[in-house]
Design a protein around this ligand. Structure first.
Ligand SMILES: Nc1ncnc2c1ncn2[C@@H]1O[C@H](COP(=O)(O)OP(=O)(O)O)[C@@H](O)[C@H]1O
Ligand SMILES: N[C@@H](CCC(=O)OP(=O)(O)O)C(=O)O
Length: 375
């Protein structure tokens, strides 16, 4: 974005870091955050906040003693809490001379490429005009099947969307430990992670509080996305004085997730394919095609398809699998599932003209994103 000293930063803060022990939102905690964000803005950085807390801020008003667990109850709580949350942010940012704005996103907004790009354009205008965009999932309208579910992965997707220079996730713990510290008091802090290996994934346990949803697992999923998108990231403890300024200068206590080979990082289009598109179908390919599409980065031919699962249109994102149902990656198809099934039938009934024209000359797709980077 801007210059070497002025970064575009996405900051995610979890419910547990915005609420008091009683479970209600804490104005003091939000003020500590807004004071630090204002300081970053005074230094010329651009900041996008991804803030949880809508359900936590609302459930008591509905008469619940604890955070509700059913979706309609959480949605009703968020309907009350989201307004309270933004009102508090607006008041506190305005005391520093900054305006806050609210962006509520559902997963379907991101799986549609046009709407995805539209969100980017909107955030860009807000940032250019000095406003603080505050993003949350649109909890009141989402269904279980179509939810991001946690704001950790949402924040990493937003960081990729706006080509952020850094992702900072603030939680109630000062970084990633080699085991869940609640279960293993001898667990130690990892100061730097350069790759999310299966061992790192195994370190994550469940959420730490009754108000948090994602836990360490969703944070690790988030860092996988941000690292694959080429965005250096940080996990640290909310409420620590100067944590944000120090994290930007890489001087804060916490875990830094580095980006080792920027040239391998996914561009915007492939980020959308990998993390947001939501594949519409599956293509199982013959063994001989694996080498071509994985190592030679070649195209898949209709005759190399073994089976088609699901219904998809020309231009859809599909999962490419081998004959053992092992995921190989994601591709964008040049044919609909209906067309491909017709090709297959013609192949089976040995229609020579169809074979020549369609089976060996037309490309179905190439592997745009290889597993394990994509979904
Ligand atoms: N390996 C680990 N390292 C650090 N924290 C862990 C680990 N495994 C599980 N946790 C738990 O994850 C919690 C943070 O997740 P969560 O409660 O969802 O917070 P937030 O509301 O900030 O999203 C920590 O309080 C900690 O108890
Ligand atoms: N969108 C929900 C929060 C979901 C979420 O990821 O919560 P958390 O684990 O506290 O970051 C809300 O605003 O209550």
């Amino acid at each position: 974005m801007t210059s070497d000293n002025q970064k575009r930063i996405v900051i995610k803060i979890g419910s547990s870091s915005l609420t008091s022990l009683s479970g209600d939102i804490s104005r003091r905690k939000i003020q500590s955050l807004t004071d630090q964000v204002a300081e970053l803005k005074d230094q010329g950085h651009e900041v996008v906040l991804v803030s949880s807390g809508a359900v936590a801020a609302g459930y008591r008003t509905l008469g619940f003693v604890n955070r509700p667990s059913s979706l309609p109850e959480k949605q009703a709580a968020a309907a009350v809490g989201q307004g309270r949350l933004i009102e508090t942010y607006s008041e506190l940012f305005s005391s520093h001379g900054y305006a806050a704005s609210q962006i509520l996103i559902t997963r379907s907004d991101f799986s549609d490429e046009t709407r995805y790009n539209n969100v980017r354009n909107t955030i860009n205008v807000l940032l250019e005009r000095g406003i603080v965009p505050i993003v949350n999932e649109n909890d009141t309208v989402t269904t279980d099947r179509l939810r991001f579910g946690d704001n950790d992965t949402l924040s990493a997707k937003v960081a990729g969307l706006v080509a952020s220079d850094q992702l900072i996730i603030l939680s109630d713990i000062d970084g990633l430990y080699n085991a869940d510290p609640r279960k293993d008091p001898s667990a130690s802090l990892l100061k730097e992670v350069s790759e999310i290996t299966p061992e790192i994934e195994d370190m994550a346990g469940e959420p730490g509080s009754s108000v948090g949803t994602g836990g360490m697992r969703s944070k690790i999923d988030a860092f996988k996305i941000s690292m694959a998108s080429g965005i250096p990231s940080f996990l640290g403890k909310a409420g620590v004085p100067q944590i944000l300024v120090d994290a930007v200068n890489e001087e804060a206590r916490g875990t830094y997730f580095d980006v080792k080979e920027p040239e391998l990082n996914l561009d915007h289009y492939r980020q959308w394919i990998a993390f947001n598109s939501g594949p519409e179908g599956e293509i199982l390919i013959q063994d001989d095609a694996k080498e071509t599409i994985i190592n030679e980065k070649g195209n898949l031919l209709p005759s190399q398809i073994y089976q088609i699962n699901g219904y998809f249109k020309k231009g859809s994102v599909v999962r490419i699998m081998d004959l053992n149902n092992e995921k190989l990656g994601l591709g964008v198809v040049n044919y609909s599932s209906k067309d491909l099934e017709e090709f297959q039938m013609k192949q089976e009934t040995n229609q020579e003209d169809a074979k020549a024209a369609m089976l060996n000359e037309s490309f179905v797709c190439e592997l745009e994103v290889a597993i394990p980077i994509g979904v």
